[in-house]
Ligand binder design. Structure first.
Ligand SMILES: Nc1ncnc2c1ncn2[C@@H]1O[C@H](COP(=O)(O)OP(=O)(O)OP(=O)(O)O)[C@@H](O)[C@H]1O
Ligand SMILES: [Mg+2]
Length: 499
């Protein structure tokens, strides 16, 4: 028998899923509350909503969450269909701006968090309709019975929709996974609930930032407060590097890749830098950011390309834009939280990743110039890196003007100073510095970071005097200072010397 041939009744059995078992199984797609809510907001955006209002209401085990939007809404017939698990075939071609794919999200996301899902929706010039899945009822009856009304006492939680021309409200009640059987006055549970709301806010600020950034496109409100977008690329900052954008093709579908190298923390305001770290910190948010129809699926990951997360690469963030016509190529999942590059683009992705990682590491390497190789002539460094008996060793540069000046004292004092310098060289805490910076590069301050310019100037003045003493003109002495770590960062101060 071929697929096209539907066969006769004696050739097959119907093996329908058991309602009770199936509806419980639909709870286990692996969502958390953040990804579940994002999946519902996808639906609101696809329905053209300009506003999404989230309500998180704490009342112990009676707590509820609602998600209301002013999108185009659904007629009653459409609502019944929307409530059906598998409401649309994933193979169907979708509108280019549709964020859906599987015909499952509304159900799987909701069931992952609650046992009672009620949806009320209204399309323009239609009456509103209400439908409810109650997992206990389906379990009890063993049938896919979609109830036609809200639960007793829940009417008020849906009522705001009745004031609107069109829109949809999704209501989650009996949230066993979030609040369980907590009592209303359980302070710890209440605190956890509030923390969860914060996590949701951070997640939504991130995954929908492109929508939230454009004026008049989308606003998401949590208990009445608008969410501010979180942009991972600091693209407004002067010091952010935009590496060349690349277009990669799979058939006629285009993937747009825009790599960024974000600025070193000394180049942006502290608050900006801290915010840019993201919910999980700088190290966790490096790599590719994958967007499907501008909705973020992946928030920084090296996508199994064999590249490790590395403290030195944390400023590398690469934006990737996909259309929704490539879902199967990229193995998009129901939760919209994963994407895997197809074989045909992996080598390009690896190349772009290496390039961006290299540029990001350069930012720290440049800072590392404070220690010079011996061959470096034009710059004067206080420290030199040497190899002794095959081992690395850091020594104080005896040619440094200030060191020379200090050693030009009487023999007796010179011996003490030499001993001190030697002791410092022999005990540079290399291991400790290495360990600390492996954990967090930004923990180390830059030379003279946060030091008042008066103090910097005092140190600089001593070097300047030493140079003058060595016979340099004041212009030449200033020129030498500019070529000296770390004074080249303080050009204006150098200019003020000798005045
Ligand atoms: N807020 C909403 N406003 C209008 N229509 C909606 C809304 N939410 C869901 N729908 C309708 O219900 C259908 C089913 O939604 P559901 O999230 O289950 O699947 P999907 O969005 O089609 O695909 P996916 O499983 O990838 O999310 C949608 O295709 C849409 O037609
Ligand atoms: Mg959906």
């Amino acid at each position: 028998m071929t697929v096209a041939d539907k066969g006769t009744e004696n050739e097959y059995d119907i093996a329908e899923p058991h309602a009770a078992a199936m509806i419980e199984a639909l709870r286990a797609f692996g969502y958390n509350i953040q990804t579940a809510i994002a999946d519902l907001i996808d639906n609101s955006i696809s329905a053209g909503a300009k506003n999404v209002w989230l309500t998180f209401f704490w009342d112990g085990s009676e707590s509820y969450v609602s998600i209301r939007d002013d999108g185009k809404g659904m007629t009653e017939v459409e609502l019944i269909d929307a409530m059906r698990p598998g409401s649309r075939n994933p193979l169907e071609k979708r509108e280019t701006d549709d964020l859906g794919r599987f015909g499952l999200g509304l159900k799987t996301a909701s069931f992952s968090q609650c046992r009672r899902l009620t949806v009320r929706s209204r399309a323009v010039s239609h009456k509103s309709g209400t439908r409810r899945w109650d997992l206990d009822y389906v379990n009890h009856t063993g049938e896919w019975r979609l109830l036609r009304s809200a639960a007793r006492g829940s009417e008020a939680r849906l009522a705001e929709l009745d004031e609107m021309e069109a829109g949809t409200v999704v209501l989650w009640e009996c949230m066993d996974r979030i609040v369980g059987g907590a009592k209303t006055d359980d302070r710890k549970a209440h605190h956890r609930f509030l923390e969860m709301v914060e996590d949701v806010e951070k997640h939504l600020a991130m995954v929908f930032h492109r929508f939230l950034e454009r004026p008049h496109q989308l606003k998401i409100w949590i208990n009445g407060l608008a969410i501010e977008p979180w942009n991972p690329f600091l693209s407004q900052e002067k010091a952010t590097q935009f590496l060349p954008e690349e277009n990669l093709y799979i058939g006629s579908d285009k993937v747009v890749v825009q790599p960024y190298v974000l600025p070193h923390h000394s180049k942006v305001a502290q608050q900006t830098y801290e915010k840019a770290a993201g919910a999980n910190g700088w190290n966790a948010h490096q790599g590719f950011y994958i967007y499907r129809n501008e909705r973020m699926l992946v928030a920084g990951n090296w996508l199994g390309l064999g590249l490790k997360r590395d403290e030195h690469c944390k400023l590398a963030r690469i934006q990737v834009d996909l259309p929704n016509s490539m879902d199967s190529d990229w193995s998009i999942d129901v939760k919209k939280s994963k994407a895997r590059p197809p074989l045909s683009v992996r080598s390009d992705f690896k190349r772009i990743a290496r390039l961006t990682r290299g540029k990001a590491a350069d930012i720290y390497r440049h800072r590392g110039k404070v220690i010079a190789r011996r061959s470096s002539e034009s710059y004067i460094f206080p420290w030199l890196k040497k190899v002794k008996h095959g081992k690395l060793f850091y020594s104080i540069n005896p040619e440094h003007p200030l060191v020379k000046e200090v050693l030009s004292v009487s023999k007796e004092h010179r011996e003490v100073i030499r001993a001190l310098l030697r002791l410092i060289e022999e005990t540079v805490p290399v291991q400790q510095i290495w360990l600390d910076s492996a954990e967090n590069l930004d923990q180390h301050s830059q030379p003279f970071e946060g030091v008042p310019s008066k103090e910097v100037r005092e140190v600089m003045m001593q070097v300047y005097k030493a140079l003058i003493k060595n016979g340099l003109s004041s212009t030449d002495a200033r020129r030498r200072l500019i070529a000296m770590e770390p004074f080249q960062q303080f050009k204006e101060l150098i200019a003020s010397l000798g005045e």
